[in-house]
Design a protein around this ligand. Structure first.
Ligand SMILES: [Zn+2]
Length: 168
């Protein structure tokens, strides 16, 4: 009496991958040994049931949905890149303008222009004082709203793409 079949041999017999002399020997053993025959039958049943299982069918619009999601993501990435590309030169130009104004005029001229500006502003204030006074609150609110809008746009631009696609 040979030793009992191993699990691998039983599985090979069940799914038909154990062939040749080894397969013959294993089959002969199973015919003589009730224990291994029982195990083989359970392996065979399992193997049959497994092969009866079919891959779940993807929904009909699966490919289209995936492609659409990829497209949306790419559009977001592109928009984000475009916004950054558009914002960077603007920011650079603003910085260059400020720096250029600061360095192109000498310190004295700088102060002169400041004083001039203040004088003009004072004249304006004298004339437009009441108007400016009345408009100060709306102006302040406007500036605040403008700042909020700019900050929001910036935060949306710099937000990770994953969250953007999750919401949209
Ligand atoms: Zn056996």
């Amino acid at each position: 009496m040979t030793t009992h079949l191993t699990e691998t041999e039983l599985q090979g017999l069940a799914d038909g991958t154990l062939r040749g002399p080894e397969g013959m020997d294993a089959r002969e053993h199973c015919e003589a040994c009730p224990e291994c025959a029982t195990e083989l039958s359970s392996y065979t049943a399992l193997s049959t049931r497994l092969s009866a299982l079919r891959d779940p069918q993807p929904p009909p619009d699966f490919t289209a949905a995936v492609l659409a999601a990829v497209e949306v993501r790419e559009v977001h990435l592109r928009q984000r890149r475009h916004t950054l590309i558009a914002a960077l030169p603007a920011a650079a130009m603003a910085i260059f303008a400020i720096l250029g104004w600061t360095f192109s005029i000498g310190p004295a001229a700088h102060i002169d222009s400041l004083v001039e500006g203040v004088t003009v502003l004072r004249h304006l204030m004298g004339v437009l004082g009441p108007v400016f006074e009345a408009a100060r609150l709306p102006l302040g609110l406007g500036a605040f709203v403008f700042l909020a809008v700019v900050l929001k746009a910036l935060s949306r631009t710099l937000r990770p793409v994953e969250r953007v696609t999750a919401h949209g």
